[in-house]
Design a protein around this ligand. Structure first.
Ligand code: F6P
Length: 364
């Protein structure tokens, strides 16, 4: 789906009265660059003499009326820091809407919040979009997720920092794999989309890449690895997304259970692949789950600047009273799009990406 910045700006707010107090929250899994987004927002708003109020731990802060002062924050250097000074959580007022949506509305009123900036992924931004549509809450969104699976933006901040962690890990594992003549199977985050796995796998020259966008066929992978070994390879790296569905001889090896959103439970993908390689090829294979290390680094310079710019654009949207919109990157430019466009569908690896790097994904 392509959403252009020239989309109808039906969400402009013509109601009178200046914006004096703006709330901000960071929701969902954290991502390198969250503080930079807060920084870009804060610097622009403070310059316009608008007060910024932080809500702790994502939507939980508005449900429980838990604010934090940003008065002592050093906005000169905040963008350098990893994590989020506001804290984060996956809580969402629409899990129990009858009970929690009124609490959010009361909280906004109680603190005289004129506009709310929600920095988050699809869960956080979906709630912001619904509050805007159903209750006229003046929201602006900033897209964040290391998974890079939000639509309507080229990238989300944090993604490239996570890719760097995964790439370095695969680079570093190569020498021990060579020393011991082993296959190292490296599991990257990505429940629904294989962006981190694909980018890091290609960057590190992995011999096999398994992503949720394609069924992970064990026979095909093992045939490739056997061919490489027969040609003299001592080692191989296999990059596996945590959300890939694995199949061996037509049987699904991945967990059957579903979570409360009706999505497959995940867990153990890399361990399963390593076990299959050992069993089928007799080639020693070890697995490593990178897990939350991918969310933990200091943001790369790119993510710092990217998040600063998105935060600043969100401030501009607030100042221009363009609510129900989200800052985004399209064709390398910072633009803004309707919030709904970002949360309507999930952005997965497109077939042209898989084709372009086909030799990494398909039999060689
Ligand atoms: O932010 C998304 C994500 O990184 C997924 O890729 C991963 O499955 C999930 O977060 C893990 O989140 P947590 O363990 O913190 O709930």
């Amino acid at each position: 789906m392509v959403v252009t910045p020239s989309d109808v700006r039906s969400s402009g707010d013509a109601s009178p009265g200046p914006v004096r107090r703006v709330g901000v929250l960071t929701g969902g899994g954290d991502a390198p660059g969250l503080n930079a987004a807060i920084c870009g927002l804060g610097r622009r708003l403070l310059a316009a003499e608008i007060e910024l109020v932080g809500f702790r731990d994502g939507w939980r802060g508005l449900i429980d009326d838990d604010t934090c002062s940003l008065a002592d924050v050093d906005f000169q250097r905040l963008h350098v820091k990893d994590g989020t000074l506001l804290g984060s959580s996956g809580d969402n007022p629409y899990f129990e809407p009858d009970q929690d949506v009124p609490k959010v509305l009361d909280c906004l009123k109680h603190h005289a919040i004129d506009a709310l900036v929600a920095i988050g992924g699809d869960g956080t931004l979906s709630a912001a979009d619904r509050l805007h549509r159903d209750h006229g809450v003046r929201v602006v969104g900033v897209p964040k997720t290391i998974d890079n699976d939000l639509a309507a933006t080229d990238f989300t901040f944090g993604f490239f920092s996570a890719v760097e962690v995964a790439t370095r890990a695969m680079d570093d594992l190569r020498s021990t794999a060579e020393s011991h003549s082993r296959v190292m199977v490296v599991e990257c985050m990505g429940r629904h989309a294989g962006w981190i796995t694909a980018y890091a796998g290609v960057a590190a020259g992995a011999e096999g890449i398994l992503v949720p966008e394609r069924p992970g066929e064990i026979e095909e992978l093992c045939e490739n690895l056997a061919g490489l070994r027969a040609a003299g390879a001592r080692s191989a790296i296999v990059a596996v997304a945590e959300g890939v569905r694995l199949y061996e001889d037509g049987k699904c090896l991945s967990p059957d259970g579903k979570d409360r959103f009706g999505e497959y439970e995940i867990g153990g993908a890399a361990a399963t692949v390593a076990e299959c390689i050992r069993r089928r090829l007799g080639w020693d294979a070890r697995h490593l789950v990178l897990g939350h290390l991918q969310r933990a680094p200091q943001p790369l310079a790119f993510d710092r600047l990217f998040a600063l710019r998105l935060g600043a654009r969100a401030a501009r949207l607030v100042l221009e009273r363009q609510f129900g919109r989200m800052a985004a990157m399209q064709n390398g430019e910072i633009v803004d799009v309707p919030l709904g466009a970002a949360v309507r569908e999930r952005k997965t690896l497109p077939s042209h990406f898989l084709d372009r790097y086909g030799s990494f994904f398909l039999p060689i």
